[in-house]
Design a protein around this ligand. Sequence first.
Ligand code: HEM
Length: 403
Amino acid sequence: MTTAPLFNPFVPSFKRNPYLQYGRLREGDPVHRSQALQAWVLTRYEDCLAVTRDHATFSSDSHNARGPLADALLQQRRDSPVGDVSTVLGVDPPRHTEMRSIVNRAFTPRRVEEFRPRIEEIARDLLAAAPDEGEFDVMAGLAQPLPVIVIAEMLGVPPADRERFKQWSNAIAATTNLVQSEEMQATTRRAVQEIVEYFGGFIRERQQAPRDDLISVLVKAEEGGVRLSPEEILAFAILLLVAGNETTTSLIGNGVAALLDHPDALARLRSDATMLPTAIEEMLRYDSPVQGLARFTTRAVEIDGRAIAAGDVVLCMVGAANRDPRQFADPEAFVIDRDPNRHLSFGQGIHFCLGAPLARLEAEVAFTALLGRWPAFGALEGGLERGGTLLLRGPERLRLAVG
Ligand code: HEM
């Protein structure tokens, strides 16, 4: 008789390497009921794909969920100073279709590509401040500030307000951590209140005198007679900070960490920069910034013979799906020219990441700048400190030997 493999994301080894536990689950108990999380944990590629594509059964709206985890999520929504206002991420069709077509206008590939020279400049400026030789923390020095500065400029935040914006953004990013100290919670609440006041004024200004920034696009945009309310624009601006900054930071950090663990890949990339786009896809697959996606069942349903009740929480562990041998050849290997590479790191279906073109562009610029800045860089003993949560994965600090 075999016993179901244990899934315990609370042990320290999980933070270091969740892939061992994922592998055991995927092979032994792919539709796992976690008592600790009060959720179903899915680790196979096919199952994660099917769930994210079936939004009618697997809703993104936590109002559809029941149970203690769902109650905690709903309470978090109600406690927010923006109130229980929805964004694209947490609604289903038909509202999702309307909202998505409005916010899509703010993130057209053309609009993103227009930003390339400015992103290059920001990355260059950040690295100019780094030492020519010695030690460099790639998280504090590049991966953390780059996406925050980029999104601040896209939103239209003037340079004078950037420092305040960065602080708010950091505090708000901490909301993705389900376990927060009282002090952290208070800091986050203050930051959200401040940003709500700031953007409230900002949106009113843009309503009167639109400019060429993202907030102005959202204020003007209308779809079939429907607009976003000022509260929805505000919630969306905050979503961009939560969904876009930490994830892009982690892509750069996880990518550098993977290259340090695979010096051959790093050397290949140095000699042939045209590999960068496929290398970035492999960084996304190999060590995904978003490890899991939450869905809530609208009806009773069966997956692989397991009966899932209506209102249950289903976690699609894309970090595990990305290493499913049924989908990827040699999935534990880091192959920078892997092709095809249909990873699930940006999600799938109607909620597919709106910021994917921007995230890819920022990563390309960041790695080009890093490789160009020093003739060599390498790992430092104890230089990597892992951060992250059950659903997000990325380094806290990553110190390199440069020069
Ligand atoms: C490497 C960086 C990034 C990763 C790994 C990532 C990952 C994801 C994933 C997995 C989803 C789907 C969530 C779900 O299905 O529940 C998503 C949605 C989303 N992402 Fe990203 N993201 C990244 C960067 C960004 C950036 C830079 C932005 C914008 C500035 C952004 C904005 C969004 C938005 C608005 C959604 C919701 C789309 C919808 O619900 O229709 N993301 N992202």
